[in-house]
Design a protein around this ligand. Structure first.
Ligand code: AMP
Length: 405
């Protein structure tokens, strides 16, 4: 595999698959630019070497070809602003209103070192998501080098994320800086973990996390289970859980996971107590109860104080920490204490030298919301992609480049 940082991009036209799938409001203003910011270091390195950059991305889920709402042209001013922050010379950003075709080819051709071209939404062509080879080949014509820096779509075998790689020679395809750090953080946790290794798994449903837990049973020393899914495990062990979230069709799965963990010597930690509520509401009455003895008519919406202490001890003793999923309904102030306390414990363990990775939608939102994002070792930008990675799957976007070594 060619290493991005060691490559000199002077006079090369570099085609980068980025993930610019950002949220826009009614006025087409970007409401969260995290994904664009995440790609800036890769783009700047290439421009700094004296190369030019052609960016391709999807935005939203357009159904019927070109649609104003999903046009990437809305991103140009902000991209230009970010690229020019701290730049010595002006970085022009051009836009092609089709990702393939004459205009795109001509603009790419005329691009000079230090210039950037953003292509229109790849998903205006249904061929993109189908992983169409001919379409991938048309995209490949735009650049001399192909870079995948779109970790958020690495789990998709789309034309621009995976298929396209076959049209570039070995030394002309590589990961960008964002992709490199996502992959190396995930590798550190899954394949080079220092023990004790705790996986903190939370969120609503057991069914969404079975594959992750199974994969982690092979690697972790401890698994903390919190959030709504903990109650299916409680009930599976004969506990009384009142109206708490429960997947009755997964009770056997939960028993099976506990049995497997026992056999492998992996310690599963369930919350000893819970903050309970008389309804699923921000203003519900609340109280505390043992998680395996919740009164009828009440439901567990957060882990309790004893559970916080129990989980914090495990986290503080760990050298590797993986966190996916909140410990409670953290969107409601009354039920966010557990998630906040776990974020704090992860930050403290990190300060003591543990490696911590937070990945997957809601736990990422939680560390951002509670101000711990820069106190953990790595916060992943890829929700679905990181989940599939944790499940032990090979991601097509990664395989397409890695397996070409
Ligand atoms: P997931 O997408 O599976 O990670 O689940 C995240 C969602 O789980 C969040 O919206 C939380 O509000 C929700 N959640 C966490 N704990 C509970 C709970 N005890 N009961 C109901 N929902 C919960």
């Amino acid at each position: 595999m060619s290493q991005f940082s060691q490559h000199n991009f002077k006079d090369e036209k570099v085609l980068i698959r980025v993930d610019f799938n950002v949220p826009l409001n009614d006025k087409y203003e970007i409401t969260d630019d995290t994904r664009i910011r995440a790609a800036i270091p890769t783009i700047k390195k290439i421009l700094g070497d004296g190369g030019s950059v052609i960016l391709m991305s999807h935005l939203g889920r357009p159904k019927d070809g070109p649609t104003e709402k999903y046009s990437l042209k809305h991103l140009v001013p902000h991209l230009q602003k970010l690229l020019n922050e701290g730049a010595k010379t002006n970085v022009p950003v051009f836009f092609a209103n089709d990702c393939i075709g004459e205009q795109a080819y001509m603009t790419a051709d005329m691009l000079r070192p230090g210039e950037v071209l953003l292509l229109e939404n790849l998903r205006f062509y249904k061929e993109e998501e189908k992983g169409d080879k001919a379409f991938a080949q048309k995209l490949a014509k735009l650049g001399d080098v192909y870079i995948n820096d779109a970790f958020g779509t690495a789990h998709r075998a789309h034309a621009s994320t995976a298929v396209i790689a076959e049209f570039f020679p070995k030394d002309k395809k590589m990961f960008g800086l964002l992709m490199e750090s996502e992959v190396s953080s995930a590798e550190k946790v899954l394949h080079q973990s220092q023990k004790p290794f705790v996986a903190i798994i939370g969120g609503a449903k057991v069914s969404d996390k079975i594959l992750i837990i199974e994969n982690l049973l092979e690697r972790a020393t401890d698994i903390i289970i919190g959030g709504g899914m903990a109650y299916t495990f409680m009930k599976a062990q004969g506990g009384k859980i009142g109206n708490s979230l429960c997947e009755d069709d997964r009770l056997d799965t939960a028993r099976d996971l506990i049995k497997k963990a026992d056999a492998k010597g992996v310690c599963i930690h369930l919350p000893s107590d819970s903050i309970i509520a008389d309804k699923f509401d921000a203003n519900a009455n609340d109280s505390t109860a043992p998680s395996n003895n919740i009164p009828d008519g009440w439901m567990g919406l957060d882990i309790g104080e004893n559970a916080v202490e129990q989980f914090t001890n495990v986290i503080h003793n760990s050298k590797t920490i993986l966190w996916n999923g909140p410990m409670g309904v953290f969107e409601m102030i009354k039920f966010q204490r557990g998630t906040k306390a776990i974020a704090k414990a992860v930050a403290e363990a990190t300060q003591k030298g543990a490696f911590s990775l937070v990945g997957g939608g809601d736990s990422v939102a939680a560390v951002n919301q509670f101000g711990y994002a820069d106190k953990v070792s790595y916060v992943s930008t890829g929700g679905g992609a990181m989940l599939e990675y944790f499940e032990g799957k090979e991601l097509p976007g990664i395989a397409a480049i890695k397996n070409a070594q």
